[in-house]
Write a protein of this length. Structure first.
Length: 197
């Protein structure tokens, strides 16, 4: 009898540990839409604050735009530590700022065309001093006044989007070092649903 109870207890323990391990790798979705009460995704994870939104031509966060109106993707990282962070740019993946049509999931492209476009012998990392932010803005349509923030660059412009519903999303894979120790924040999806009317 004791052997059977021990076997059953072991099986339950094994299954609960396995379930706990699965939860650790689950993705977290942070999402806003035109129906949301907010127009900015703002979250802090392990002392780093992330902000993601779309800006209208007046520089205000929005999820609804007029046809022909240019809009800007805005992603910022704030270091809330007392130590400097060194951030590598894995988080700027091919999905970063990419737009999809809601109705049929057609890939509409992304506004930026490359990273670190200027020839530079410096390490390709972002340095975030204590309590400082790094802003990455990139307009959908390239204009004389709307250049993307470095290290993003654009060699060509997109056409304005037609009236419809769209979304932009990316999976965060954020690598950084603090006091020489490497850290990673991942499995977080940022998604903004927006409309061109």
């Amino acid at each position: 009898m004791k052997t059977t109870i021990l076997k059953i207890s072991f099986i339950f323990l094994f299954l609960s540990l396995m379930g706990a391990g699965c939860k650790k790798n689950q993705e977290i979705l942070w999402e806003i839409s035109p129906d949301s009460k907010t127009t900015v995704i703002q979250k802090e994870v392990n002392g780093i604050e992330f902000n993601f939104c779309l800006l209208n031509e007046q520089g205000e966060p929005a999820t609804v735009f007029n046809q022909g109106e240019n809009f800007t993707f805005s992603f910022s990282i704030k270091n809330n530590f007392d130590d400097t962070l060194t951030v590598t740019t894995e988080f700027i993946s091919s999905e970063f700022f990419k737009v999809y049509h809601v109705q049929d999931n057609i890939d509409m492209g992304k506004p930026w065309t490359g990273l670190w476009c200027e020839y530079n012998l410096e390490p390709q990392v972002l340095i975030l001093p204590p309590v400082q932010s790094k802003q990455l803005n990139c307009a959908w349509v390239l204009t004389e006044n709307n250049y993307p923030d470095y290290p993003l660059c654009m060699s060509e412009s997109k056409n304005p989007l037609a009236k419809s519903e769209y979304y932009t999303k990316f999976n965060l894979d954020f690598h950084y070092s603090k006091k020489g120790k490497r850290e990673q924040i991942s499995n977080i999806i940022f998604k903004i649903n927006f409309e061109i009317q």
